[in-house]
Each structure stands twice: as structure tokens, then as C-alpha cells.
Design a protein around this ligand. Structure first.
Ligand SMILES: *Cc1c(COP(=O)(O)O)cnc(C)c1O
Length: 474
């Protein structure tokens, strides 16, 4: 039974080589153009128009390199130095190449037979991250697809360890209603996680942050007093917070958690990487006392999305989140004897070999490289904040602790500041030469920039403020 030519041709290694060189050329051109600040950051098109245009392309007969080139040109250019929006980095090109190998191998990594390199490399990366946080040697965890899934994984383990009943077996309502205390500015994945676990609206007791957007132990204590008949089992801290990049005082929250017998979870999706910077590591002081930590490598470690670590100080907790055993997957022996089968610790069955991009980048550049990137990003961020402070027509929300700045243009007298800045951001998006986002602090609207590209220069910030002045409604 001969392989049909169309199938043989699609799998032809020489076809891959030829396509591969062309695709790498296309990507290289795009990278070089962005670095020269050519073109727009965001090629804005009305959503309905864009949808119709892509849907109109016939299937069959396409040219891979040419099509990918058009997709590159039609996408938001995170690697453009004037992209100053969300907390997503310009990925390291070398890490993208590592990801290509993951795509070719398709080793699912959940069981060691399907990841004889991927699984041990994942464990090496996990162990390294635990050490960087100052965790004890028994600490362990798993890599998973995103901070949102990471928070769910950590809080499932928290529930299993602290609920006082077996919610996994008997169900979410086999005991008293459960709750955690969290900041009212926590990432929305925390609220979603609590609802997915079946805790409903009452699952989160939201404590107001202080003026610098920190969740303090005092605010948590006050929130605890409002628990009523709910059994509070944990505190969710942020390092750093999504909206403002503020680092919660982890030491004092760890003291409180210890006093009250609560689980401390630190959502360090954004700021976990700060552990790699000698200059800024102090912002995470106390993180080594947290029961669980979520740390996104696809934020300040410059990896392509998604690579998230869920780490547990006491390694046994890594197995609590998904307490069941699937006998066809995991060896019937006790879990202690099959620690190499990572699928026991994560919701995902098949997943990308996400550790190999972290590991190979560490191999090539070393640890200090990451610290240098973070120091530069934080320094650039202060430079933008300084310019906003110095500009009489702009206003800074707070001095940035990380690489996130919230600011706004002062509206003409009599105009509504929120509406003015919302309209301004809309114009920035449709113009496309810069990209910034917005956020609400309290009930006020602010422009927001996350500085993720170490190739951005302070002069880009001068140009940004000038750009905003030109576009703002009058
Ligand atoms: C980005 C972020 C998340 C969500 O992570 P994803 O990887 O985007 O799912 C959760 N919490 C915080 C604090 C974040 O900054």
C-alpha cells in the first residue's frame, strides 16, 4: 500500500528544509523591521472587516512562507519597541526556535514515556525555580499553560489540604462554605477559580488595598472579621498586582497566615521573575514562606506564551490538586514511586514541552542575563514615570514598583477625565503607531503601559507623550 503522493509530499523533510529557510527569512525580516521601529505596532482593522477578509481566503494552494508573512504583518508587534501595552514580552527568538522543536516532537510530557527528555527537563526547571524563590529542597511543582490555570491548580491543592473535608471525593458542599481573603484588585482568574471550585460569590472576601495598592495584613484581618459562617482557609497575595505592578508585603501576610493557620498563595505570575534580579529581589521578601506560588515565564522571563510554574513549598501538595489516579495513565504504584509522571500534578493531559525553551535559554544565556533584562525594564519604567511626572499636561497614578505605569492626560477644564482618556486610548489603538492599554483604579480610568521590551529607549517615551498630545480630544 503506497503512501499517496500528497501525504508523502507534506511530510517530505526536504520540503520542510526549503519552507523552513524561507519562513526563518520572513521572521528575520519582521524582527529587523520592528527593531528599526518600522511600520505600526497594531495594524488596526474593524473586527467585522478583518473577520470577513480572513474568512474569504480559499483553503488549498496556499504558500506557507507568504501566508505567514501576511499574518506577521497583520498582527500586533510585541517586539516593536513602541509596544507598551499588556504584560506580554517580545519573546526571545531563540526560545521560539526551541518551541519549534517541541512542535515537531509533540512529546506530551505528562508521563515520562511521552517525554523522556521533556519531563526531566521540566523537573530541572521546576527545581531551579524553587531554589530561586528560596524554597526548601522538598518543594516541587509543575509547569502548566498560564497563570489562570496555575491559580486554579494551586487553589485546588489549598482546598484539599485545608478544607477539613475531602472536597475532591465528597464534593464542594460536603462541608461548611469555604472562602479566601484576596485583594479587590486580584487578577480575575482568582475570582474565576473560586467559582469553578463551586464556592460562588461568597468564595472571595475582597479586602481593599492601601493607597499604594498593597494588600496589608491589617486589611486581611478586617476582612476575616466579615467571614460569617464561611470557613476561611487562605490568603491570596499578589507579587505583583496586575493593574499597577504593586508587590504585596509577603512577610507580614505570611506572619498572619501562620498565626491563623491559613494557606498563603502568592500569585507571582508577573513578578516571580524578579527573583532573578539582585537589585529587585527584595520585593519578593517572604515569598519563600508561601505555601504555593504561581510564576509565569512568559512574562518577565521573555518566553513565548504559555509557560507557567505552579510551585509548592511542601512537595506533597503538588499531588493534592488532582487527587484521583487514572490507572491507564499513571502506574498503579503509589504516587511517590511515579513522581516522574508529571500529569498527576496538572489539569493538562497532553501539553507542549514548555520547559525546553526555559532550559535551553538558561543554557545559552545563563541566569544573570534575566536579571539584566529585568533591571533594564524596571529602569525604563522609571524613566517613563519621570517623564509623566515632569509633564504638566500628564498625571501619574503612583510611583511604579515594577514595569507597569498608570498615567493619564489631563482633560481640558470642564471635560470628564475618564471619558477623555478612554477616547484617547481608542484613538491610539486605531492609529497603531504605539500600543498602550487602560485600567480602572478605584472607579477612575487610567492609561496603562507595561514596559516589556528591553530594546525600548527613553526617547520612545518622549515620542509616546508627544503622540498622545497630538491624538487627544480637544
Ligand atoms: C498575567 C497574570 C495572571 C494571568 O496569567 P495568564 O498566564 O495570562 O493566564 C494572573 N495573575 C497575575 C497577577 C497576572 O499578572
Amino acid at each position: 500500500m503506497a503512501v499517496p503522493p500528497a501525504i508523502r509530499d507534506a511530510y517530505d523533510p526536504e520540503r520542510f528544509r526549503a519552507d523552513g529557510y524561507r519562513v526563518v527569512d520572513v521572521i528575520t525580516e519582521a524582527l529587523a523591521g520592528w527593531q528599526r521601529r518600522e511600520g505600526v505596532v497594531l495594524p488596526w482593522r474593524a473586527p467585522a472587516e478583518a473577520r470577513a477578509a480572513w474568512a474569504s481566503e480559499p483553503f488549498g494552494g496556499g504558500d506557507l512562507a507568504a501566508d505567514l508573512k501576511r499574518i506577521l504583518a497583520a498582527s500586533t508587534a510585541l517586539a516593536h519597541p513602541r509596544c507598551m501595552g499588556h504584560q506580554v514580552p517580545p519573546p526571545l527568538p531563540g526560545a521560539a526556535l526551541a518551541e519549534l522543536v517541541s512542535a515537531i516532537l509533540n512529546n506530551g510530557t505528562s508521563i515520562i514515556e511521552m517525554g523522556p527528555a521533556g519531563a526531566p527537563i521540566e523537573l530541572a526547571v521546576i527545581d531551579w525555580m524553587c531554589r530561586k524563590l528560596g524554597y526548601p529542597s522538598e518543594a516541587t511543582g509543575v509547569l502548566t499553560s498560564g497563570g489562570s490555570l496555575g491559580n486554579l491548580t494551586a487553589l485546588l491543592a489549598m482546598r484539599q489540604a485545608h478544607a477539613g473535608f475531602d472536597a475532591w471525593k465528597a464534593g464542594a458542599h460536603a462541608g461548611p462554605p469555604l472562602a479566601v481573603v484576596t485583594s479587590s484588585e486580584a487578577h480575575y482568574s482568582v475570582a474565576r477559580t473560586l467559582r469553578i471550585m463551586g464556592w460562588g460569590d461568597g468564595g472571595a472576601i475582597a479586602a481593599p488595598p492601601d493607597d499604594n495598592h498593597h494588600l496589608t495584613a491589617r486589611a486581611v484581618e478586617r476582612a476575616l472579621e466579615t467571614a460569617g459562617d464561611r470557613r476561611v482557609i487562605g490568603i491570596i497575595a499578589a507579587a505583583s498586582s496586575t493593574a499597577t505592578g504593586s508587590f504585596d508585603p509577603l512577610d507580614e501576610l505570611a506572619d498572619l497566615a501562620a498565626r491563623r493557620g491559613l494557606w498563603l498563595h502568592v500569585d507571582a505570575a508577573h513578578g516571580g521573575s524578579v527573583a532573578l534580579s539582585a537589585a529587585h529581589r527584595g520585593k519578593l521578601r517572604g515569598i519563600e514562606r508561601a505555601d504555593s506560588v504561581v510564576w509565569d515565564a512568559h512574562k518577565l522571563m521573555m518566553m513565548p506564551a504559555l509557560v507557567t510554574a505552579v510551585l509548592f513549598k511542601r512537595g506533597g501538595h503538588a499531588y493534592e490538586a488532582f487527587a484521583q489516579q487514572a490507572s491507564y495513565m499513571f502506574s498503579a504504584a503509589t504516587r511517590d514511586q511515579s513522581w516522574w509522571d508529571l500529569g498527576q500534578r496538572s489539569l493538562e493531559c497532553t501539553k507542549r514541552m514548555m520547559a525546553i525553551e526555559v532550559w535551553s535559554t538558561l543554557r545559552v544565556h545563563g541566569e544573570a542575563w534575566f536579571g539584566e533584562v529585568i533591571d533594564r525594564l524596571f529602569e525604563l519604567t522609571r524613566a517613563l514615570a519621570d517623564r509623566v511626572t515632569a509633564a504638566p499636561d500628564f498625571e501619574l497614578a503612583l510611583v511604579p514598583e515594577a514595569n507597569i505605569v498608570c498615567y493619564r492626560h489631563r482633560a481640558p477644564s470642564g471635560a470628564d477625565s475618564d471619558a477623555h482618556n478612554r477616547e484617547l486610548r481608542k484613538r491610539v489603538v486605531e492609529d497603531g503607531r504605539f500600543y498602550i492599554v487602560g485600567t480602572e483604579l478605584g472607579s477612575r480610568y487610567w492609561l496603562r503601559s507595561t514596559i516589556m521590551n528591553p530594546l525600548t529607549e527613553p526617547a520612545d517615551f518622549d515620542d509616546l507623550l508627544e503622540h498622545l498630545r497630538t491624538l487627544c480630544p480637544r
